[in-house]
Design a protein around this ligand. Structure first.
Ligand code: ZN
Ligand code: MN
Length: 480
């Protein structure tokens, strides 16, 4: 890290664009998701900006924005408006973008981001609005190709206040935002597909100062790693500049993910350049109580709230709580299993974080599709608690439940998988093993580590069903 770092405080604000997962675009009935489609196949006169057409607002876009606003603890004003942001760009065929300027769907609010050292960073939201996306431009040899499929795809733009204090905090903000939009079901949040894109405003100032220095804006941060690396590089550049007696200019930079470097793009437009004015072709959005309440009717417990509750109610370590609240379906699965079980939640947590998550990955299933239902998982743990089966058998039972979708208890009975915990039966096996292996018995006198081998033989003879601890106790007596 550059020298002089400890003299400076890092100030970061993030602007994110979230692509909503509506069926249709924001102002027409074209399909919104064109990921697998040929260029220019999901377009119509409205979204390709032909003269004389009128936009019609997709109600679902506003509803999804209300969900996010509510999660951000933002005010949801009774009336909001659409505005035109005028600029020329080849992939913006109308010559303006329909967006929201001063009176948007959400106002104010913020989110508490948990940091890795246990502290919490409160990030205030400066602005939350809906708008349409532009198309995509692709440079190919000496040609410039434009795909209008993305024109009119609904976005939420959310801008934070400059409240983040390190590249890692910025990364954590985006990680939590992605978790939240998926949890709310408003976006797939797939960064590789551009569903969540971030621009970072970065400046530094001497520690203790309360003014803000000029900032630079980094565009095109489309991965978490890219965000972290680009912001760190820019912070180091600014510190080196200041240390050398230079000054920071208000540049717009672009992050080249492939090369891992920042490029200077252009000098920044000011807001006046966009000549915002009210969109005359759309009515104001009137958010009355009835509509707002219907949107918030099934409002879920949020991931960070649930994370805190899992630690509090179930005494889970923070690591478990994070893993088990990363995605809502898995989180619901875990909680259903804990309730069915009624014993120590950590035992269920271990199963879910290891075996259940592995099965989900291997078979590309959603938790709701597993034949190993939460109730069956609970039953396996109860069978273990009662020592009806041992740990090895539990895994085997789990596989069989996954194949057959039958209750673990029934499988244990049908397959005769019940553990041999009867001391007499285990003793008989131990005696057979000792009698059959005189050479190892002799060796054991000088090599006590052979005990593991003997226990292994007993487990094999019992087809994995013997209680290993009982076996070891008996063998110790027999081998003297
Ligand atoms: Zn269209
Ligand atoms: Mn925008």
């Amino acid at each position: 890290m550059t020298e002089g770092i400890e003299k400076y405080e890092v100030i970061i604000g993030l602007e994110t664009h979230i692509q909503l997962n509506t069926n249709t675009k924001i102002f027409c009935s074209c399909k919104a998701d064109s990921w697998d489609d040929e260029p220019n196949t999901n377009i119509c006169p409205v979204c390709s900006g032909l003269p004389g057409v009128l936009p019609v607002l997709n109600q679902a876009v506003v509803e999804k924005a209300v969900l996010l606003s509510h999660a951000m603890d933002a005010d949801i004003p009774p009336v909001s408006f659409f505005d035109r942001k005028n600029y020329f760009y080849p992939d913006l065929p109308k010559g303006y973008q329909i967006t929201q300027y001063d009176l948007s769907v959400g106002k104010g609010g913020g989110i508490d981001i948990p940091l890795e050292d246990g502290r919490v960073r409160h990030v205030r939201i400066h602005k939350l609005h809906v708008e349409e996306d532009a198309g995509k431009t692709r440079n190919e040899r000496n040609r410039r190709l434009i795909d209008f499929n993305r024109c009119g795809v609904p976005l939420i733009e959310m801008v934070t206040e400059p409240d983040l204090r390190s590249p890692e905090e910025a990364a954590q903000y985006v990680i939590r935002l992605r978790q939240l939009v998926r949890w709310l079901g408003i976006s797939e949040g797939d960064m590789e597909k551009g569903h969540l894109r971030a621009d970072a405003n970065v400046s530094i100032r001497p520690v203790g100062a309360d003014y803000l220095n000029p900032k630079t804006e980094i565009k095109n941060l489309n991965t978490i790693d890219g965000l972290r690396t680009a912001v760190k590089a820019e912070v180091e550049r600014q510190i080196a500049e200041m240390e050398a007696g230079g000054k920071i200019e208000q540049w717009t930079l672009s992050w080249d993910e492939q090369k891992g470097e920042l490029k200077k793009m252009r000098s920044k437009e000011t807001e006046a350049d966009y000549r915002y004015f009210r969109e005359p072709d759309l009515l104001p959005v009137v958010m009355d109580d009835v509509w707002r309440e219907s949107i918030l009717l099934d409002y879920p417990e949020l991931p960070l709230e649930r994370r805190a509750r899992f630690m509090e109610t179930y005494q889970l370590p923070v690591y478990d709580a994070d893993v088990l609240t990363a995605e809502r379906p898995l989180s619901d699965y875990f909680e259903a299993a804990v309730k069915a079980y009624g014993g120590e939640p950590k035992k269920i947590s271990n199963w879910v974080m290891n075996d259940v998550m592995r099965m989900l990955n291997e078979q590309s299933l959603q938790p709701g599709e597993l034949k190993l239902t939460p109730a069956y998982l609970a039953e396996i743990q109860s069978l273990l608690d009662a020592r009806t089966i041992n740990g090895t058998t539990a895994k085997k039972v789990m596989e069989l439940v996954m194949e057959r979708g039958q209750s673990p208890r029934r499988i244990v009975e049908a397959e005769g998988l019940g553990a041999v915990s009867d001391e007499g039966a285990i003793r008989a096996i131990c005696e057979r093993v000792v009698a059959a292996n005189p050479a190892e018995v002799e060796n054991y006198k000088n090599k006590p580590t052979l005990m593991g081998w003997f226990v292994g033989q007993v487990m094999r003879e019992s087809r994995g069903k013997a209680d290993a601890k009982t076996a070891q106790e008996i063998l110790t007596q027999l081998l003297g």
